[in-house]
Write a protein that binds this ligand. Structure first.
Ligand SMILES: [Zn+2]
Length: 93
C-alpha cells in the first residue's frame, strides 16, 4: 500500500493534524501536504471528501479558516503562535 493510501485509511478512522501525520509516516510536513493535495483528487472519484477542521487561536479564540491546504503556524489576526493546528478527516462527501 502506498503512503497516500495509508493516509486515506488513517484519516477515515480519525482526524489528524499535519504534524501528527508527518510523525506517523516519518516524513516532512511538506511531503504530507503534497500527499493530501493528491489524496483530495483521488477521493473525488470515490465519493468521499477531505474535510478541514479549522485551526483555533488560543490567544484570541478565533477559528482560523483555511481554504488551501497549509500548515498554520501563526494567527492571522493577533499574530500569536499559540495555535491549535487544523485537523483533517475523510468522510463521504
Ligand atoms: Zn489570535
Amino acid at each position: 500500500m502506498t503512503r497516500r493510501e495509508e493516509i486515506i485509511r488513517e484519516l477515515e478512522a480519525q482526524s489528524r493534524s499535519i504534524d501528527e501525520l508527518a510523525r506517523l509516516f516519518q516524513c516532512s510536513r511538506r511531503e504530507i501536504l503534497a500527499d493530501l493535495k493528491h489524496v483530495q483528487r483521488t477521493l473525488r472519484s470515490r465519493g468521499k471528501r477531505l474535510y478541514v477542521l479549522p485551526a483555533v487561536c488560543n490567544s484570541c479564540g478565533e477559528p482560523i479558516n483555511i481554504t488551501k491546504l497549509k500548515n498554520i503556524k501563526r494567527c492571522p489576526k493577533c499574530k500569536s503562535t499559540y495555535v491549535t493546528p487544523a485537523r483533517f478527516i475523510i468522510k463521504r462527501g
